[in-house]
Design a protein around this ligand. Structure first.
Ligand code: HEM
Ligand SMILES: *[C@@H]1O[C@H](CO)[C@@H](O)[C@H](O)[C@H]1NC(C)=O
Ligand SMILES: *[C@@H]1O[C@H](CO)[C@@H](O)[C@H](O)[C@H]1NC(C)=O
Ligand SMILES: *[C@@H]1O[C@H](CO)[C@@H](O)[C@H](O)[C@H]1NC(C)=O
Ligand SMILES: *[C@@H]1O[C@H](CO)[C@@H](O)[C@H](O)[C@H]1NC(C)=O
Ligand SMILES: *[C@@H]1O[C@H](CO)[C@@H](O)[C@H](O)[C@H]1NC(C)=O
Ligand SMILES: *[C@@H]1O[C@H](CO)[C@@H](O)[C@H](O)[C@H]1NC(C)=O
Ligand SMILES: *[C@@H]1O[C@H](CO)[C@@H](O)[C@H](O)[C@H]1NC(C)=O
Length: 332
């Protein structure tokens, strides 16, 4: 008894000493909103300006930047791993190949940030700020971004292929992939609302148009007029690279119309429509879609919470990782 009590006591003392040391050395294991207040006071202004410029050049870039942060966070945590070049990198994984974009814009933001505060701000944090700014500049709401992530030393192509959801995944599979990174079904639905902006290629939804699941017909959960429009846009013999809006009502506006679309069979991807229509959608996701479709304030506030949760997936802090100089390569 006495032995185990004193063993416990020294365990606690040890933990206490480690925490004390970490505080003394300024090692933080948590993200904070003021991480760069002193080391890079103009960071948020610099990123906002650069994102604004990028969106002025191409409206779609807002969507592309939001997606980059998502694809970063789901693979080895939010650590900038998606940005690493190389044929064995995440860029060549199936969900990313010929699909994720915005790397040049990230380079531009990074070089402005490096000019102001060399060697201080991680690429992973730049992605988090750029995603926040993109939502705001597209008409969505804003939030304080938690910061202090460091950049990873490796990309994980297998991790990207296994961890990122596919548009043909079932709701159970998508729910499981989110659960694997600590996100729940509320996060699945609110974050899918990011599909209120941006585009998707025919190849990502064409399986719904002609012979869905071997039925010889289109996916019956899709609005029939939308089916025929998309059949024209995406002929079976066509180039799967043609794109169309994820939210056919308001492509560039961050609003809750994505959810209104789902109520009337106008979700573009199977993974969108099953949130409302799928068998497994019986309870939570269907109800959330209805609630978000009628209350954009609720969508915005849940989206914000889920973005902060997603941005907090397995961050590298303290002495893990590094502050990359060039977002495309690890420091030499
Ligand atoms: C729920 C599971 C999800 C699936 C299956 C999925 C799938 C897809 C697919 C297939 C595309 C089109 C890609 C292409 O055309 O190559 C896309 C685009 C997009 N996704 Fe998702 N996504 C999901 C969740 C998310 C989340 C959580 C976010 C962000 C919070 C997000 C943000 C976006 C954005 C903004 C675009 C448009 C990008 C652009 O126009 O460049 N998606 N998604
Ligand atoms: C960091 O800066 C923000 C914005 O200027 C300010 O609201 C906050 O109080 C600052 N925090 C600290 C700890 O200085
Ligand atoms: C890559 O991701 C998988 C999860 O899919 C994980 O098990 C593995 O440890 C990761 N590899 C590296 C090198 O980080
Ligand atoms: C998901 O997690 C949030 C907290 O992060 C919680 O408020 C919400 O109720 C959860 N949703 C479900 C469906 O469990
Ligand atoms: C649809 O797909 C099924 C199974 O893949 C196939 O047997 C059938 O011939 C196809 N029907 C048409 C009309 O292409
Ligand atoms: C789609 O575009 C990619 C490059 O952007 C190209 O490699 C691929 O061949 C294109 N697919 C078709 C069917 O043209
Ligand atoms: C978008 O939806 C509104 C109703 O919510 C409708 O009045 C408008 O015509 C739609 N616009 C497009 C381009 O579909
Ligand atoms: C949707 O809103 C209704 C009415 O406010 C509420 O009872 C229900 O729990 C909400 N659904 C979810 C999944 O939060």
């Amino acid at each position: 008894m006495e032995g185990s009590a004193s063993g416990k006591f020294s365990g606690y003392s040890c933990l206490f000493m480690i925490s004390f040391l970490m505080v003394c050395l300024g090692v933080r294991s948590q993200l904070t909103t003021d991480f760069y207040n002193e080391s890079c006071p103009n960071l948020l202004t610099i990123v906002r300006k650069a994102v604004k410029n990028a969106i002025k050049t191409e409206t779609r870039m807002a969507a592309s930047l939001v997606r980059l942060h998502f694809h970063d966070c789901f693979v080895n945590g939010c650590d900038g791993s998606v940005l690493l070049d190389g044929s064995d990198g995440e860029k060549s994984a199936l969900p990313n190949l010929n699909s994720v974009r915005g790397f040049d814009v990230v380079d531009t933001i990074k070089s402005s940030v490096e000019s102001a505060c060399p060697g201080v701000v991680s690429c992973a944090d730049i992605l988090a700020i750029a995603a926040r700014d993109s939502v705001l500049l597209s008409g969505g709401n804003t939030w304080k971004v938690f910061l202090g992530r460091r950049d990873g030393l490796v990309a994980n192509q297998t991790g990207a292929n296994n961890g990122l959801p596919f548009p043909t995944d079932s709701l159970d599979t998508i729910t499981q992939k989110f659960a694997n990174v600590g996100l729940n079904q509320t996060d699945v639905v609110s974050l899918s609302g990011a599909h209120t902006i941006g585009l998707a290629r025919c190849t990502t939804f064409s399986s719904r148009l002609f012979n869905f699941s071997g039925t010889g017909a289109a996916d019956s959960t899709m609005d029939t007029e939308m089916v025929s429009d998309l059949q024209t846009l995406c002929p079976q013999s066509g180039d799967g690279n043609t794109t169309t809006s994820l939210d056919q009502n308001s492509t560039d506006l961050f609003d809750n119309h994505y959810f209104k679309n789902l109520l009337v069979g106008k979700g573009l991807l199977s993974s969108d429509q099953i949130l409302f229509t799928g068998d497994a959608a019986a309870s939570t996701t269907k109800s959330l879609v209805q609630n978000y479709s009628s209350d954009s304030g609720l969508f915005f506030s849940d989206f914000t919470n889920s973005m902060i949760k997603m941005g907090n997936i397995n961050p590298k802090t303290g002495s893990n990782g590094e502050i990359r100089t060039n977002c495309r390569v690890v420091n030499s």
